[in-house]
Design a protein around this ligand. Structure first.
Ligand code: SAM
Length: 273
């Protein structure tokens, strides 16, 4: 077993090592929320000997292992979110079903900036699977502000004539999220490879966790989950097999040392299928 504590904070612990080793060391039913954003098997260079272009059976068998483990460590009523391209989340959802977790939603995250692909529809969403272990013990449905035209200030939709019946705090969040920005500009993408938007993690943690809950992320990356957990007063733990220095720096509020591209995975996934 090759894993070690990389660092701790008052709220969390990051392990450097393989998530399967870290998960094996964790007790049954010990976390309230799992958020997993694994490599998408699109041949990305993660820079430390990870093969991100496995044959499909191999990739799926690996995913099944950590999905089973994540389901095991989840508390009853806890939530498990899995972010991937649609091509993979179809079979990965099957693995989640097989663990006995309860399907709640396939959330479509609208992506911008992918390129049209010949003889294919324009790929325009990532998939975020949302499961719970039995009935959710916590669920808060956020409301989004009623969309207005930025030029004229009028409503963007007509709400079928029921505008006056809308809740003053906004519209119920649906399972299509169009307001999550990609982390793409050099000025904002200061956090290394594949960083997700903090807004995405804020939303997930808002829907399915309370302050003091324990959040686990097996694929730390640049540490988005941990940074948001810290800000929202959740306990957290996680693993990263590669360089953990970007995560340490981010949580310590130090400037990032590098930025990496890594955009358009959903598009690539569709292309490769
Ligand atoms: C898509 S990135 C996660 C990005 C992260 N959500 C963020 O916002 O920064 C996947 C990460 O998983 C890591 N990884 C790959 N295989 C792993 C394994 N077996 N155990 C732990 N981490 C792994 C990669 O090094 C990479 O940093």
């Amino acid at each position: 077993m090759t894993m070690q504590i990389a660092f701790t904070t008052e709220l969390g612990t990051l392990y450097q090592g393989d998530c399967l080793d870290v998960l094996a060391s964790m007790a049954d039913e010990s976390v309230d929320l799992v958020f997993a954003d694994p490599p998408f098997n699109l041949g990305k260079d993660y820079g430390h000997g990870i093969d991100d272009l496995l044959d499909e059976d191999h990739y799926l068998a690996w995913c099944e292992k950590w999905i089973n483990e994540c389901a095991r460590v989840l508390k009853p009523g806890g939530a498990f979110y899995l972010y991937n391209i649609p091509k993979w989340n179809i079979p990965l959802g099957g693995f989640m079903n097989a663990t006995g977790l309860m399907f709640r939603h396939w959330i479509a995250l609208d992506i911008k900036l992918s390129l049209p692909i010949q003889k294919k529809l324009y790929p325009s969403h990532y998939s975020l699977l949302y499961y719970t272990k039995g009935k959710p013990k916590f669920f808060e449905r956020p409301r989004l502000p009623i969309q207005v035209c930025r030029h004229c200030g009028g409503d963007v939709k007509d709400y079928g004539g029921h505008r006056n019946k809308l809740h003053p705090d906004g519209i119920n969040l649906s399972d299509v999220w169009t307001d999550i920005p990609p982390v793409r500009h050099r000025s904002t993408k200061v956090r290394g490879a594949n960083a997700l938007s903090e807004k995405l993690l804020e939303r997930v943690l808002t829907i399915s966790s309370e302050p003091g809950d324990v959040v686990f992320d097996p694929f730390g990356g640049s540490g988005t989950t941990f940074a948001v957990a810290e800000r929202m007063h959740r306990h957290w733990s996680g693993s990263e097999i590669g360089d953990v220095e970007p995560i340490r720096r981010r949580l310590a509020g130090e400037a990032a040392l590098d930025v990496m591209p890594g955009l358009g995975d959903a598009a690539k996934g569709v292309k490769a299928s």
